[in-house]
Structure formats: structure tokens, C-alpha cells
Design a protein around this ligand. Sequence first.
Ligand code: SF4
Ligand code: SF4
Ligand code: SF4
Length: 247
Amino acid sequence: MSTLPKSLPRYQASRRRFLRTVGLFVGVVGASLATLLPVIAKWVPARLRPPGAIEEPAFLASCIKCGQCVQVCPVQAIRLADIDEAMGVGVPYIDARAQACDFSCDAVQCILACPTGSLNHTIIKKEEVRMGLARVARPEACLASQGQGFQGQARGADFQGLLRYTEIDRWNPIPVRDHPYDLELCDLCVRQCPIETAISLQHIDNEGKRKMPVINKACVGCGVCEMICPVEPTVIVIDERKMWGAA
Ligand code: SF4
Ligand code: SF4
Ligand code: SF4
């Protein structure tokens, strides 16, 4: 005589109870995390995120720190935050002054490589990216505003940063230190900007000898202008996640 017909319903009922409990637990934890995300986001240092990064709390929640975006970047612009970054450990960021995103991958490869959509897959062109907005933070220090040129290595002989100079090598970025300049009036931020019309130099005197960089709506916040500026500290900085027209 078998006990199966009696124990099976008991087993099924207990299984249902178990699954309900697990479901409830996951739901409660999920809801709590969703509530906490904006708070967690405030603990994470504000940083320039890779191209296409979705809104900060959602980005922090969805990025699985797999490093795929890091692997594909030809200039190694993307880094993963270190252990001292508390809740932000392992989260990808860009330190533009050290190495900006110059779009030398040609097709926002970091976005294509992201398996979770933390880098928004609907962005397919560099012009659509909005990492932040460049800002002339120290106008008085700008060489062009003083009517000065620039000769030599933009960031000195020790600078490790890379940039693609299409006139030298269409496909491969090279060290910035290997490409010295000889400019009558400094315009490095404008000449190296990878986005057409994002930045321009405008006259600030009647003789046309002194000029000032002006940021335009097309700026995507890639940080090349911050990286290449030869003045120390840099004249231009990127305000991460800032949008054109926002206060
Ligand atoms: S868009 Fe290209 S160059 Fe820029 S961070 Fe992504 S992979 Fe690197
Ligand atoms: S690169 Fe720097 S110093 Fe030169 S024009 Fe631009 S902001 Fe001024
Ligand atoms: S001005 Fe050009 S180089 Fe500077 S952040 Fe904007 S798009 Fe990049």
C-alpha cells in the first residue's frame, strides 16, 4: 500500500508555501533596494561615466561590473572604481584629465559591449552621447585669452594619455607626447574636439588677438578638451551628467 496519494497534495501545498515565501522575500528585498537606490547613489562619488550610461541610480543598480566596456576601449579611457570607493567599487568611470574618451573606437564600442544595457543600447553615434558638459572653469588662465600660442608636448613628456590623430594614423591612437604642437594661438581644445561644432574660439578683443573657448550645444562631455589643455590645472573641466540648458 502506497502513501503517495495522501502525501503528494501535502508536498505540493508545502512547495507552494515555500515558493510564496521566497517570492515575498525577493519582493520585499527588491522593493527595499529600489527605495534605497537613490540613497546609495548619493554615497557614490560623482564621476564621469562611460558614454551612454543611464541615470545614475539605475546605472549603479544594473551594472554588473563585468569590465566588458573596459576591454574594448582602444584608449583605455574606462576604469573600474577601486575598493576605497565604498558603494561605488567596481563601477566604471572616466578620469578625463588622465585619459578622455576620444571616440577612436568609431562606433561607441563600450555601449555595444555592455551586456546589461547600463550603457544605453539605443545610442549608436558619438553625437548622441551625453556624458556631461564642458565648462571653461578658469578663463583667466586660458592661453588663447592672453593671446598666447603653444609649442611642445601638450601635457609634457611624462603624460601617458592617448589620442587618435587621423592625419597621422586613421586607425590607431598614439601617445599625446609623440605629437608636439607649434601653434601661434593656442586652440588645442577646439582642434582636438571629436565633435563638430561642440566648441569654438571667439574673439574677446577688437584686434582679434585674444580669444576664448565657448562651449556649444553639440558638446557630449567626452573630456578631450579637459585632457589636452596644456595649462595646469586645466582651464576646461567636464561637469558630469550636466545637460545643455540645465542650471
Ligand atoms: S566610445 Fe570608444 S573610445 Fe569612448 S570610452 Fe567607449 S570604447 Fe572608449
Ligand atoms: S587648450 Fe586650454 S589654454 Fe588652449 S585655448 Fe583651450 S582652454 Fe585655452
Ligand atoms: S567640447 Fe568637445 S572635446 Fe570638450 S567635452 Fe565637449 S565634445 Fe568633448
